[in-house]
Design a protein around this ligand. Structure first.
Ligand SMILES: [Zn+2]
Length: 238
């Protein structure tokens, strides 16, 4: 970590107990194995919880509206309307049509990125020369695979909400990516304001995850407190 790091985290929720660990998720949760992704339907009013069960792991999150999957998460509008690049509890995630898609309701970390696109094959080709262009899993491909069944074209997938990813810039604008500051059980939760398709990944980029790609746990729970794991396919939207 560099001394002139210009910001401090905004953890806005105290740690929440989590029963899962590195060997298995908690009951009712779905585990994304390392370097994979998942499509989840989040009905309006329901919560989407994302937990880092091991620590130091990024989860990319991308959202599309069930009513019209051409309406997607806009990182640019989210930064603009919240007047910050460091969103946390109470901040809202906006669409490319300036609709509120979701509200952050819990965040034990306070460090997430809204500036970088999901890691892709090209990321590894350009930034990991040691891989010599070999095929590599990526968040972009995993998000494409997750959202293609519901009609989201890969060209619609822009900057993701990179949950737990620690990206910052020094005063001269140089970009820095530090290891995720998470410890096992750290949590990030949103409430859907409209019916959503959510693509969630366990990030595939070794350098963004302190050298080792690890799992991510997730679940959807209803507003009345009921908990259910609802990975796609669940059938058509209600
Ligand atoms: Zn990634």
């Amino acid at each position: 970590m560099t001394d002139f790091r210009p910001r401090t985290p905004r953890p806005t929720t105290k740690p929440v107990a989590y029963e899962g660990d590195s060997s298995a998720p908690a009951e009712g949760w779905t585990r994304l194995p390392p370097q994979t992704g998942l499509l989840i339907r989040v009905p309006a009013g329901s919560m989407l919880d994302i937990v880092d069960p091991c620590g130091q792991q990024v989860a990319d999150l991308y959202l599309a509206c069930v009513d019209d999957p051409m309406e997607n998460l806009s990182a640019g509008r989210t930064v603009d309307y919240n007047n910050t690049v460091y969103v946390s509890t109470g901040d809202r995630l906006w669409s490319n049509r300036s609709t509120v898609l979701a509200t952050i309701v819990s965040d034990t970390v306070g460090i997430h990125d809204l500036t970088l696109t999901p890691c892709s094959q090209q990321t590894f080709d350009l930034l990991y020369p040691e891989f010599e262009g070999a095929p590599h899993p990526s968040c972009f491909q995993n998000i494409c695979d997750a959202l293609s069944p519901v009609g989201v074209d890969p060209d619609r997938i822009g900057t993701t909400m990179n949950v737990f990813m620690d990206v910052w810039t020094s005063p001269d604008g140089e970009l820095h990516i530090d290891p995720p500051p998470t410890t096992a059980g750290d949590r990030f939760s949103i409430r859907a304001d409209v019916d959503l398709f959510a693509a969630v990944t366990a990030c595939s980029a070794e350098k963004s995850n302190n050298g080792t790609c690890k799992p991510i746990d997730t679940r959807v729970r209803s507003a009345n407190g009921g908990s259910s794991s609802t990975p796609w396919p669940l059938g058509p939207p209600a």
